[in-house]
Write a protein that binds this ligand. Structure first.
Ligand code: AVJ
Length: 311
């Protein structure tokens, strides 16, 4: 992990424009800040998906059409609050499933396990810490699987990368396995902007934590007061892009790389893409990666869709 982080930071800060991957947001501190983001009223994604899990949970279970025992495997589970809403709907109808949450942050898993004990005692849980694809390679070959990829996490990937990730996932799945995948939908641009350019500065702290993490893990000397956060929503293509902005011309030394990186005044580091989709784009992504689209589940405002795909 550290080796990959080191190489990616080196490549990203040597490029033009500079960039750092949002996948590195989620250390223990970043996962904690993300929980605060999910609690902000402006971050409508969580409420919309929670509503889908509450109102359509039983219909989702019926659509799975699993006749025997099955596993529910969640990629990037986080604190699992929305998932537990779905699983409590499942549990009201049947008991023969195991929850397998996978997350990169051990602390996120600890919080999730605590939430399970509180909300759904008796639920069988087999948590796994690590990168999802590493864990996915070792699935039990016999049990049918429902894979959850919620929260519009897929929106962090550029189209080609999203396609290759889903094609890879398809290859790992067995005939009859299902994927429930969340997409944030295009909506009034003002609503989208407010979810990312939030007035509380929590999203800013989320981005800044990346510099803090590089300081800590790679022995760097980023001065956090010399950077600011900027983000922008382009409603024509549905892309929110987030950046860190250098407030002055400055040099940053990264000890682990034995290198110094120069920043111009107002130079950007691109940190995140959060793509907003149309329903048509969801369908196209499904078909182009080999899946069959079984059903779309939306919240009443049509802000978000959880789409059920079959192999
Ligand atoms: C967890 C990737 C879905 O893109 O909306 C929240 C992360 N970034 N605020 C998103 C995030 C800024 C989030 N995802």
């Amino acid at each position: 992990m550290t080796e990959q982080f080191k190489t990616d930071v080196d490549l990203g800060l040597s490029a033009f424009p500079k960039h750092l991957s949002s996948k590195y947001f989620y250390d223990d501190i970043g996962s904690e800040i993300f929980r605060k983001i999910m609690e902000m009223p402006e971050y409508y994604l969580t409420d919309a998906e929670f509503e889908i899990m509450s109102l359509h949970g039983k219909q989702i279970l019926r659509s799975l059409d699993f006749k025997s025992e099955f596993d529910v495997i969640e990629l990037g589970a986080g604190d699992g609050v929305k998932t537990l809403q779905l699983l409590s709907n499942f549990k009201a109808v049947r008991e023969d499933f195991t929850f397998v949450p996978i997350d990169i942050s051990q602390k996120a898993i600890d919080v999730l396990e605590e939430n399970v004990l509180k909300e759904l005692p008796g639920l069988e849980v087999k948590s796994q810490q690590g990168d999802y694809f590493d864990v996915l390679e070792q699935f039990p070959p016999d049990t049918p699987n429902l894979i959850l990829f919620l929260g519009s996490n897929i929106g962090n990937y550029q189209l080609e990368k999203a396609k290759s990730l889903l094609t890879h996932l398809y290859a790992l799945m067995k005939e009859g396995d299902k994927l429930l995948i969340g997409f944030d939908l295009q909506k009034n641009p003002i609503t989208v902007r407010q979810a990312y350019d939030d007035p509380h500065g929590i999203t800013k702290a989320f981005n800044m934590n990346l510099l803090h993490r590089i300081n800590k893990e790679l022995d760097a000397d980023f001065r956090l007061d010399k950077f600011d956060f900027y983000c922008h929503y382009n409603p024509l293509n549905g892309e929110v892009k987030s950046y860190l902005v250098s407030l002055t011309k400055q040099d940053v030394h990264i000890g682990a790389l034995k290198k110094t990186f120069r920043f111009n005044h107002n130079e950007l580091i691109w940190t995140e893409l959060s793509k907003k989709f149309t329903i048509r784009e969801v369908q196209e992504l499904c078909e182009s990666t080999g899946f069959d689209l079984k059903a779309n589940f939306l919240d009443c405002k049509h802000y978000f869709v959880d789409s059920l795909w079959c192999k």
